[in-house]
Design a protein around this ligand. Structure first.
Ligand code: FES
Length: 157
């Protein structure tokens, strides 16, 4: 069902963990299954550029979600914040090789966590937040609430 790279990233992720003094944190949830992900970024300013130096994640999710989290970390590390904002779900899927159609929604956790972490960084540093990112943040907050409800429902059954 899963490709070689997906299994490799799932079995041997290099970016699992927490950055204690992270410069940015993104927390997201999946409304279908209640799974969750936290993304931690360490950002350094080098000559006016804000560079993502270190990425860690915690993902309570399936094989596809964990492999996507690892793929995202690999794609994002070393990029500037502006470059990271341009990353799309397709870039994560490309890094993974492929995912079964039914599992595409799992990979969205990773890209949403990245957007949320960048939102968090802008907010903390009083940087003007692009309208698209602001709207995305509102959607994510609603999704997080629904994901919590979903998780509670599943735990009852
Ligand atoms: Fe929940 Fe994949 S089934 S993220």
């Amino acid at each position: 069902m899963y490709g070689k790279k997906v299994m490799e990233y799932f079995m041997n992720p290099k970016h699992v963990g927490v950055i204690e003094n992270a410069d940015a944190i993104g927390e997201v949830g999946n409304i279908y299954c209640g799974d969750k992900m936290w993304l931690y970024l360490k950002i350094e300013e080098v000559k006016d550029k804000k560079i993502i130096k270190n990425v860690r994640f915690k993902t309570l999710g399936c094989v596809a979600a964990i492999a996507s989290s690892e793929a995202l970390a690999r794609v994002v590390e070393g990029k500037t914040i502006n470059e990271a904002l341009e990353i799309k779900d397709e870039d994560i899927l490309k890094e993974l090789g492929s995912l079964p159609d039914a599992k595409i929604h799992c990979s969205l956790l990773a890209i949403n966590a990245l957007k949320e972490a960048i939102y968090n960084y802008f907010k903390k540093n009083n940087i003007e937040i692009p309208e698209e990112l602001e709207n995305h943040h509102k959607k994510i907050l609603k999704m997080l609430e629904k994901a919590e409800e979903r998780r509670r429902e599943l735990e009852k059954n």
